[in-house]
Design a protein around this ligand. Sequence first.
Ligand code: NAP
Length: 279
Amino acid sequence: MNFTAKTRLLTLLGDPILHSRSPDIQNRAFEAAGVDGVYVALQCKEEDLAGLMLGLARCGGGGNITLPHKEKAAAIVEVASKAVLRTGACNTFWGDAEGRIHGDNTDVDGFRSALSSFIGEVSSGIRVLLLGGGGAARAALLGLIEEGADEVVIFNRTPERARAMSRRIGGQRTRVIRALDDLKGEGFDLVVNATSLGLEENDPASFDFELMSRVGVAMDLVYGSRVTPFVRAAEAMGIRATDGAEMLVQQGAASFERWWGMPAPVEAMRAAMEKSLAD
Ligand code: NAP
């Protein structure tokens, strides 16, 4: 790549950031699309976030925000998308010609695109069990509501977090349960794992599929170079399952489109993600 005085700087801001695949995916996307940008990851503390975001955006740059700063970032942006306002989280920012800083939460679009490529255009009217109450769960919940899911039952280790998420995003189409045993014998069209269980090699699966009378398909938001415990547990019961790799590509593609105002080279991004996970 040939960097010049016109090259735009896009960054990933988070702590930690060393595990991230986004630099591999975005730099390959910039090359494939022929745009003049470079994407780097910067480990940053919460107290430095506002200064970095405002400075970068006002210099024509932008970037992504990852753990643990997505909520703080939502409070920093000046022009917030509907997804930021509804989830209270921002994972993508950029500046405009007037020097204002815009923010979006492309985890929502990423989840919706990955879901429809996994199950087709049939998400309206479905009954879903959503595991988790953090940032990924909030993006998934908004995505499910926007896709027209009939009912989303939510279970999280900390029920208060799930209840707050349900009030903020889901309203009457959600129900929070205190224990998974409460669901014994019930059936779901889709089970989504939005907890971080499965990130570490020896993590247990976040869910016992044998509890249910029926599960249509299972979607894990965790991804990595190995089959995740959640996907393994679903497949062992003969349930079709996928991990979070496609959501990662799709949220990155949506971020690319916010920064550059053109369609993202999704195939090149998917190939870069697969290579990065294999390395
Ligand atoms: P987060 O805000 O820190 O939330 C973590 C969630 O996991 C919470 O619901 C937490 O429950 C639960 N949890 C953590 N340890 C647990 C344990 N030992 N037992 C039961 N539950 C546990 O993180 P996040 O941003 O939502 O991310 C969650 C996962 O989604 C991560 O693995 C992340 O890599 C993945 N993700 C993937 C994508 C993608 O594009 N594929 C995008 C975003 C996130 P409590 O509320 O009780 O603590």
